[in-house]
Design a protein around this ligand. Structure first.
Ligand SMILES: Nc1ncnc2c1ncn2[C@@H]1O[C@H](COP(=O)(O)OP(=O)(O)OP(=O)(O)O)[C@@H](O)[C@H]1O
Ligand SMILES: [Zn+2]
Length: 730
């Protein structure tokens, strides 16, 4: 056991956020420091952030050991957090320095505590509106009531600080002295929530009871779309906060959480703490510190909120737990859902995994009795689940370049005549997925990736969805140089919008696709407009599938229900099932019943039939059985290695090298596949080679993987990423 405190000059070992593979020894500063204290230490000529990890190891020349520069104004890291970082690092094979970086993502943590001038929205309009002033007001409005430092505000608005100062004089911007970080307003758990239905009350009671009892436990809250899962877990949050503990809600699409924030405020009389990339630097630091002091009771955030230094975490809610965005696909490859369960089990907290269409992993854990399961089978109030039907595209008369079948068009017209809203769903951004030269057959690809470029007509450019590279649509084919022969092939939402404009000239249509909005604010506005009913036809990508309430929406038309079934991905069936059920769930959420129509060429495909009949248990059982027979997750384990290099041969050589030296994997009877070129074989100019490892459940996979990959000679060009429990295989 580590001591709790180190006296002045005691030898301490410090974990820093720098890419070193070991702890560094320092001397405790004047006045000593606590175990776990966040500190600043000298490293070469620099000052870096670190944490007191334990007693010094004494393997440095004592004469050269320098003192810790400063203990930071932050609560020391608790043992529970430390254990979480160690175990999460072991699980994902991530070095501790990187884990610490995840846990200290608060800018300005090292700054001394002090007062500062902050700026927020004033009460009066400026006497004269200029472009710069309007930008300042836009920024202040975008972030609601939050305050900014002068530099933050002027940078974000692209205005000079004198513009802001001028607005202060006029009262359009308010200048205040504020302690740098202040506690968040408390949540009032005595306020009444909505009266729950019997089913909801029973579900809420069971989950809240677990929270009150304390200790670890995970509950799958499976409720059909619109059943009131949010209402139910708000009660669990109330129980957690009333017990004096902190709660965390993870949402997949945090930029769109406006509706949720409003519901929290209505329920508890105060807004929760937000933690995501759209939050200002100042607010992030405040959030990090206050969470550590227990002066923030409820945090709503993106997956990285899981690494906040909670003082007493009692509940983690993972909403839409099946959502693939919980898996971080860049840098540290972790799954926030799985890490929530890990963190809660260490902290003695409860987890609620909420979804209408749970992941197979979670379904299987509940089935095996590892998780508790609570079901909500009916929609709230008069709303009923939409009726679902297939449109057999083999029997529809459709001219080339058209994607809306006559049957679907008739259904849309009928809804419009009744003043109701329709959603046409197509999970493809842009105008057309492929641009082909009719002269030579060339498909225009990205210069840096092995991916075709997607035409975006609103942007008037071709865009690579892999790396983001864009270029103007050329006049002539880049390959054969013939002009005027480039043609768009296949539909994207933008092209569908064109078809809608022709087929329903009098309709008010809106396209919802993440790339069409330059700011979160513009997107929120579009969603609000749709919710208020100013739109007849919504054309959307999977952005619309997630958790929105559009009361007048009664028809969902899926343009291509077969789209997700084509891949050979392990989870193709599961994902298609989830997405289709979620999208269909947008229809008929108020009094008027809704319907969902799926355009498909394979109406008899087992997945399409399962979607239509809605027999979810049968679907999950069949899917589980197939995975069990194949030894695939969640009944077996997978790990992937992605080798990338600018030199294609080097990436392959490394793969072949690994393929020859599999002794560590043979020791756990794991199978190795590859090396093979990744499905997307080049990204940003780097060639990618994949290997896949398949093992039984219950073996020490991570240790074997570390040994195996550890045999590779590191070199400057080669990058090695290990993905435990891979979710995507690109
Ligand atoms: N007990 C209740 N009293 C009043 N309104 C309720 C109640 N339960 C649910 N609602 C309303 O019904 C709608 C759906 O509820 P909620 O958003 O909680 O469902 P959900 O199960 O989370 O839905 P989804 O999975 O589709 O996102 C919301 O508008 C909500 O305000
Ligand atoms: Zn690219």
């Amino acid at each position: 056991m580590e001591p709790d405190f180190y006296d002045t000059d005691d030898l301490v070992a410090v974990l820093t956020t720098q890419p070193l593979d070991r702890l560094l020894d320092y001397r405790a500063p004047e006045g000593g420091c606590a175990q776990g204290a966040f500190v600043q230490v000298p490293l070469g000529p620099r000052q870096v952030l670190g944490v007191i990890w334990g007693p010094g190891q004494g393997n440095f020349d004592p004469a050269k050991i320098r003192p810790v520069t400063r203990v930071l104004d932050a609560a020391p890291m608790r043992d529970e957090m430390r254990e979480f970082l160690i175990r999460a690092g072991d699980y994902t094979l991530t070095p501790m320095t990187q884990m610490l970086r995840l846990a200290t993502r608060a800018p300005g943590l090292s700054d001394p505590p002090s007062m500062q001038k902050v700026y927020r929205l004033g009460d009066t309009d400026p006497d004269r509106m200029t472009d710069a002033r309007r930008r300042v007001l836009n920024v202040l409005n975008d972030y609601g009531g939050l305050s900014f430092t002068l530099k933050e505000l002027s940078d974000m608005a692209g205005a000079t600080s004198s513009v802001v100062k001028g607005m202060v004089k006029q009262g359009a911007v308010r200048e205040e002295q504020a302690p740098r970080d202040t506690p968040y307003p408390p949540m009032d758990t005595d306020r009444r929530g909505n009266a729950l239905t019997d089913g909801q009350a029973e579900a809420a009671g069971r989950i809240a009871e677990g929270v009150r009892r304390g200790g670890y436990g995970t509950t799958l809250l499976r409720g059909v779309t619109g059943s009131g899962k949010t209402e139910v877990y708000l009660e669990a949050i109330a129980a957690c906060i009333a017990a004096g503990r902190q709660a965390l809600v993870l949402l997949p699409e945090i930029a769109l959480s406006e509706q949720f924030l409003a519901r929290v405020e209505q329920r508890f009389g105060a807004k929760p703490v937000e933690w995501h990339s759209g939050v200002t630097m100042t607010e992030r630091r405040r959030a990090w510190k206050m969470v550590g002091q227990g002066a923030a009771q409820l945090v709503v955030g993106a997956r990285s909120a899981l690494f906040l230094p909670f003082r007493d975490l009692g509940l983690i809610v993972v909403d839409e737990e099946h959502d693939t965005s919980y898996k971080q696909e860049d840098g540290v490859l972790y799954n926030a859902r799985d890490m929530s369960v890990l963190r809660a089990s260490i902290a003695g907290a409860r987890v609620v995994l909420a979804s209408a269409t749970p992941s197979l992993e979670t379904w299987a854990n509940a089935d095996a009795g590892k998780y508790d399961r609570v079901d909500l089978d009916a929609r709230f109030g008069a709303a009923v689940l939409p009726e679902m039907r297939a449109i057999d595209m083999r029997a529809e008369d459709l001219s080339p370049g058209r994607w809306i079948s006559p049957s679907l068009a008739r259904a849309v017209t009928a809804r419009m005549e009744k003043g109701e809203q329709s959603l046409l769903f197509l999970n493809r951004r842009g105008y057309a997925p492929v641009t082909v030269c009719r002269a030579c057959g060339e498909q225009i690809g990205c210069d840096h990736c092995d991916a075709r470029m997607v035409e975006h007509r609103f942007l008037k450019r071709l865009v690579c969805h892999q790396c983001g590279e864009t270029k103007p649509l050329p006049e002539a084919c880049p390959s054969c140089k013939v002009e005027g022969k480039l043609a768009a092939v296949g539909p994207g939402v933008e092209r569908l919008a064109e078809e809608v404009a022709v087929a329903f000239p009098e309709a008010r249509a809106a396209v919802l696709s993440s790339d069409l909005f330059t700011s979160a604010r513009a997107l929120k506005q579009a969603i609000a407009d749709i919710a208020e009913g100013d739109i007849d036809i919504v054309i959307g990508t999977q952005l619309v599938a997630k958790g929105h309430n559009f009361p007048r929406l009664t028809l969902v038309g899926v343009i291509d229900a077969d789209l997700g079934l084509q891949g050979s991905d392990l989870r193709a069936a599961e994902r298609t099932f989830q997405l289709m059920r979620q999208v269909a769930g947008r229809a008929g959420r108020a009094e008027t019943p809704g319907e969902a129509l799926l355009q498909t060429h394979q109406p008899d495909h087992p997945v399409i039939r399962a979607i239509l009949t809605g027999d979810e248990e049968a679907f999950w059982s069949a899917e589980a059985e197939a995975r069990r027979l194949a030894g695939m997750p969640p009944y077996g384990r997978l790990a992937a290695v992605i080798l990338s290099a600018t030199d294609e041969a080097a990436a392959f050589r490394a793969g072949q090298d690994l393929a020859r030296r599999t002794a560590p994997l043979a020791a756990i009877s794991a199978q190795v596949f590859g090396p093979a070129p990744a499905p997307i074989a080049r990204v940003r100019g780097r060639h990618r080679v994949r290997m896949l490892v398949k093992a039984d459940k219950g073996v020490a996979l991570q240790a074997a993987m570390a040994k195996w990959v550890g045999q590779l000679r590191p070199d400057r060009d080669l990058r090695v990423a290990v993905d435990i429990d891979p979710q995507s295989f690109f």
